[in-house]
Design a protein around this ligand. Sequence first.
Ligand code: MRU
Length: 349
Amino acid sequence: MTTFRSIEWRDNSLRLLDQRKLPAETVYLELRDPQMVAEAIRAMVVRGAPAIGTAAAYGLALAALHSVAQRTTDMVREVEQAAELLRASRPTAVNLFWAIQRVMDKVYASLSLRPDALREVILREAHAIAEEDVRANKQIGLNAQPLIPNPAKILHHCNTGSLATVDYGTALGIIRIAHESGKQVHAYLDETRPRLQGAKLSAWELNQLGIPHTVIVDGASGLVMRKIGIDLCVVGADRIAANGDTANKIGTYNLAIVAKAHGVPFYVAAPTSTIDMSICSGDDIPIEERGAEEITHVGSERVVPQGSPVLNYAFDVTPADLITAIITEKGIAYPPFTESLARLMNTDQ
Ligand code: MRU
């Protein structure tokens, strides 16, 4: 059982588990306005594509809740400003833009309502996004099971569990369901430099769930495949283009190449809210660059000499031809992805 919620609406505020502090401390922050939510997303208090989308939706609910506007048009203007702010917080995960747009569509469909009723509509939509995410994750986990042998050694990158979503997780959710259904699974967790989401967050989650796992450095994946034998890799996604090219945490592309070289299946797990059909290929996915200190420092210690430049791409794009299948809540897409993803996106759940 997951004993924590990374993201929760409580007493008219957004309660976030501060992921920067894990695994050492379990600290919750109470956010009361959209500015605080945008900053929490930027600073990675909350991270992971579905989690930041949901947090942004609640950020819009906070904008409406604290608005003193007497007229609906004035409240809408304030919510629009909050949407602008939240959109600017991180560029790569499409779930952020998807969730904001979904709430804004509801807003524009509710212009005849009084401000109080509009507040309710926005909050209800944010709750719906949160609840649907949990359902989608569980379904992804179930859909994936025919692909998971027993026993299975599974290599995973970054963090895609309950922390990165509203609950359960995508790629880690698959590992969790396999474990809960009695399969002998062992997860090999890439530590995921530079922010160590694998070492700090995925290991923390699997520890709590009692799922056997081993943390490895990112560069060890080739040797681990050769020496220990890996049955499959499964990773999450921040944005999947219409042709299947997939943006995910930096290092995913390298892992996919290593998997290909060793004949190891490479799966991407994501809700359909991560699929961006407006983007034809991964070349058009905006890649976030983060601050140099994430690389130059380990904790408070400087590990790169002063004067040595660094380049901190936070994400990379794995070309579709390195991906064995994309696992969603609506089913599994196989190559050629241009056709299979289009079919899947037109399927009702
Ligand atoms: O920079 P982060 O930690 O937000 O990056 C997260 C990832 O890359 C995850 O793999 C992705 O968002 C999927 S989470 C279900």
